[in-house]
Design a binder for this molecule. Sequence first.
Ligand code: HEM
Length: 447
Amino acid sequence: MVTTELKKAPQVSLLKTLTSRDNQFMRLCNAPQNFPEIFAINFPLMSGYVIQNPELVQHVLQQNYTNYVKDRGYRVLGLLLGNGLVTNADSKSWRKQRTLMQPAFHRESLQRISEVVVESTERLLKSWKEKEGTEINFTREMAWLTIDIVSKALFTTDVTDADIQMTWRNINYLNDEGSRLAKNPFHIPWSFPLPKYIKARKYIAELDNLIYGIITRRKQQKNPPHDLLQLLMEARYEDTGEGMTDLQIRDELMTIFAAGHETTVNALSWTWYLIKQHAACEKELKEESVKFAGTRNPGFSDLPQLDYGRQVMNESMRLYPPVPIVGRRAVNDDVAFGYPLKAGRIIGINITGLHHHPAYWENPFEFRPQRFKNFELKGDNRFIFMPFGAGPRICIGNSFAMMEMQLINAMLSARTEMELISHDITPIPMITLKPGDGVLMRLVKVH
Ligand code: HEM
């Protein structure tokens, strides 16, 4: 009989964690230097494992994914998102919803969406022309742009500037408060009338108002467009023959609104923060972009040629993963890569650690877009570079986001000159990796 010896996950000390001089982000980056595969946390009211080895991650997110469900953090997120695709912990209903929504992200849909991306970016550039010489909060500008794109591309809805501002402010606040709740096992229950909880409920109600308004208007429309909203409205479940309730549609729309812009906003902010600090990269990107977005607008068919732009995006998301860590909870006892993982424990998949792991990346802290020149997201690579997650619950908006960011970057690079004002921004790992209060730039010229 073959017996394999079980390995023991090293334990991180509470004292060392509390006295560490590294900020939270650097702790995630540096963790693999001390613990290349896994470490266990055994703090009062918080116990689990953090994994940062590709085989372990593949086991949890792919090979035995049914044993690892969305954890407490996602339940907190559910206060805002309800039971949409991101938070849904029931594998049967999640699969139904995923299958239903997938066509909205297929190649043909993306081709149409690329036109929306270009039109919205063109409008943004026009508005920037009037702001030449002034300081802008680049992060806030990207929020405006991405909310505009998501609502037009997936719900064919024109949201007003006031609604865009409200969406950004409210989702931002709710994400931050949600992150704090998820990280703090001693938090006061949500039902308690704390002022910050009352504010959160008011913010959710304002977002609900916007979303239910979109649903109601669509119901009255004579010739509705073929978009994600229509897919949800016309869906009939095979087993019951019934459609989705307004609440279910609301949860999916809210999920797409939240998941579809905050991540992209942060990715674009970090990318430009890096570009502006690396003159050679800025020059190379401009040379490429001018060819496809200098005297005309770029299109879907130009994407393969915007390859340096893709490399820059990937390298930026490697250094600053927009979703720094994802969590699961083990349902049953399991053994992964020789380590026993106990039922009920939280598993943190340290995407940031994997992206800075010295065993897989040469000079991991250096910005080198060219490392992605011939990098294919296949085989083992899937589990060392995973800004969009991995396994069946990989981001549904993955190709949407890459296409959107490549086109926006090409247009900004070809048609603007900007100066970075904020230096030394400390990344704040909340649900997404935030660049503090945003990246500030001076708009020197807009063509
Ligand atoms: C740079 C941009 C983006 C990044 C880095 C990103 C990252 C991620 C990650 C890491 C996950 C997996 C979470 C987990 O395993 O727990 C995820 C899931 C998801 N993302 Fe994205 N995302 C981005 C853009 C988008 C966009 C544009 C949309 C929609 C328009 C979107 C919609 C979703 C949804 C619905 C899920 C849940 C999928 C499921 O569980 O089936 N994301 N995203």
